[in-house]
Ligand binder design. Structure first.
Ligand code: ATP
Ligand code: MG
Length: 564
């Protein structure tokens, strides 16, 4: 958390902070700051939502204000309690606590009463046309709109029809309630927007009580108003809705308190998609293993993969709050993550593609427990013991029988260092009948214990290794980008974004790790030396620990992209 704080104190104010400070100075809200995070519970939250969460809760914290968690639950067709629960878990995990948990559906009665008031004042009417007909009559911003034949209904008739809509007398789609604003406005949102539609669907909170449901624009600003929100931050596509947001409030407010809607650029990340609809498709059609699949850009996916809330908060803070659309490189998120994991992850040794090494001159039954440093970045993390014996495993990639010039690791006749242990020299390559290498015979130099030769001779490589007798079996899940292209939503006509999925985004391997990992708990973080940052997946059981590779040590993707 300290990094976030330092960063937010060092950098210039973003435009929302500047506005808030201005409002505090002017006393607009008597010094109050009250924000809200308003998710629709129709899916799991993604990293874009994390930006909004960090911003809204962060502002409340910074200015000693409040932040509500408000569920924008106005569409019973797509909303579920499962999503409500997951959203709460995600916000908490990110490190924030809401001041109040509220639901737009709590305001249905109040919204209904205000709608009747607008009808009585001639500012709303029931339209018997379909939404398609209504849409056509709005024409285009440069032409005047066409008035609905129902626009001049009397208040009495409108009131009667609206009450009967509520009573359930009409089928879905047969009528709507519209605000009567201006059919010639250059802003299409002011051309008599729809306030209510009929949906004969039970709601996860109000049950069968309602069969008319408010539209976003009618629910959102009024919810802000009822909660005493001061600064209502949304994404840029709502900028054109702002006049409507203000218009509704002007009709209802009895004093000059008004929440302010302001718009910021949404977070876009390359190599992924971020709309709930698309993420839903990946889940429902089985392209991934659920919303919390570690390849998903969901908060629950990042959590399961081993991302830390600290890394996500620092990332959110550093990308800032822009007024223009942009695309952030996923490599930057990974950079923030590595910075954090480097500080907090104990180092361990694991081998993911094992090749057996038999140290022929090592005493047969001998076993030693060697000192290993837990985290060079954190002296307080101390040391541990790792077992060493006659048979060990090294990474298959760390040996080449016929090495090219720049390969400095193990090869016939060559000496290398085993981390924390000894220098070994490869004497013989053992193969099976098919020619596959099954083991190496090496000798060790007992005088190099701890990793240094008393005569000062140098080796060009240090390898990680695991004792064959004492090592524990593990499964490692290695992830690559979920999509092959940086903008997966860019597809040819008639194609779907799923054509850009990376067929090799998950590789599962069996490996072996040092025994200190026994007893590791789900979500524990480690750095597997030379291999990357890993965390324990909840799929682990007593027989086998399962690890997710959270992120590699270096950004090998950037290198690949450069070469291509
Ligand atoms: P999606 O389009 O991904 O389904 P949404 O905007 O419909 O997202 P909501 O649940 O309505 O999702 O969003 C809750 C809040 O999160 C809103 O204030 C919205 O502006 C914000 N938000 C959603 N996506 C992003 C994003 N990519 N970057 C920043 N804020 C976002
Ligand atoms: Mg939405």
């Amino acid at each position: 958390m300290s990094t976030t704080k330092e960063n937010s104190e060092e950098r210039a104010l973003n435009f929302v902070e500047a506005l808030i400070e201005e409002d505090i100075k002017l006393g607009t809200y008597q010094g109050r700051v009250h924000t809200r995070f308003p998710p629709e519970p129709n899916g799991y939250l993604h990293i874009g939502h994390a930006k909004s969460i960090c911003l809204n809760f962060g502002l409340a914290k910074k200015y000693g204000g409040k932040c509500n968690l408000r569920f924008d639950d106005t569409n019973p067709v797509t909303e579920e309690v499962e999503y409500v629960d997951s959203i709460k878990e995600d916000v908490r995990w990110l490190g924030f606590q809401w001041d109040a948990e509220l639901y737009a559906s709590d305001y249905f009665e109040q919204l209904y009463e205000w709608a009747e008031m607008l009808i009585r004042e001639g500012k709303a009417y029931v339209d018997d046309q379909t939404p398609e007909e209504i849409g056509k009559q709005r024409t285009s911003p440069t032409e005047p709109g066409i008035e609905s034949p129902y626009r001049r209904r009397s208040a009495e008739e409108n009131l009667d029809l609206f009450r009967r809509m509520r009573a359930g007398e009409f089928p879905e789609g047969s009528r709507v309630l519209r605000a009567r604003i201006d059919m010639n406005s250059p802003n299409m949102h002011l051309r008599d927007p729809i306030m209510y539609r009929i949906l004969h669907k039970p709601h996860h909170r109000t049950g069968d009580k309602w069969c008319i449901y408010p539209m976003y624009d009618w629910a959102h600003g009024q919810s802000d108003f009822l909660e005493g929100i001061t600064h209502s931050i949304c994404t840029l596509e709502f900028e054109v809705h702002r006049p409507l947001y203000d218009w509704f409030l002007d009709q209802l407010a009895t004093d000059d308190y008004r929440p302010k809607q302001r718009e910021m650029a949404r977070l876009n990340l390359n190599y992924t998609v971020m709309s709930k609809r698309k993420l839903m498709k990946l889940v429902k059609e089985g392209y991934v293993n659920g919303w919390d699949d570690p390849r998903m850009p969901t908060i629950s996916g990042f959590r399961r993969r081993g991302y830390t809330p600290e890394a996500i908060r620092v990332f959110s803070d550093r990308i800032g709050v822009a007024k223009r659309e942009n695309v952030i490189d996923t490599a930057f998120l990974e950079h923030c993550l590595r910075e954090d994991l480097n500080k907090r992850s104990p180092r361990v040794m694991a081998v993911l593609n094992p090749l057996k090494v038999i140290i022929t001159n090592y005493p047969d039954q001998n076993q030693e427990w060697l000192d290993a440093v837990n985290n060079p970045e954190d002296p307080e993390a101390g040391t541990r013991k790792v077992p060493f014996g006659k048979e060990i495993y090294i990474e298959r990639d760390d040996f080449m029988e016929d090495p090219p010039k720049k390969f400095f690791r193990l090869a016939p006749g060559r000496e290398v260092r085993l981390r924390y242990a000894y220098f070994i020299t490869c004497r013989e390559v053992i193969k099976d009948a098919s020619g596959t290498i099954t083991a190496l015979h090496c000798t060790y130099d007992p005088d190099t214990k701890g990793g240094n030769a008393p005569d000062g001779r140098k080796v060009k490589a240090t390898l990680h290794w695991v004792s064959a007798d004492e090592g524990v079996e593990i499964e490692a899940r290695l992830y690559d980008r979920l999509f092959l292209t940086s903008a997966p939503e860019d597809v040819a006509e008639g194609e779907d974004f799923t054509v850009n999925l990376n067929p090799d985004s998950l590789k599962v391997v069996k490996g072996v790790a040092e025994p200190s990992l026994k007893g590791a708990k789900p979500m524990d973080h480690f750095q597997f030396e030379r291999l990357g940052y890993f965390n324990v997946d909840p799929d682990s059981n007593e027989d086998c620990l399962v690890f997710n590779r959270t992120v590699t040590l270096k950004d090998d993707w950037a290198k690949i992209a450069k070469k291509a």
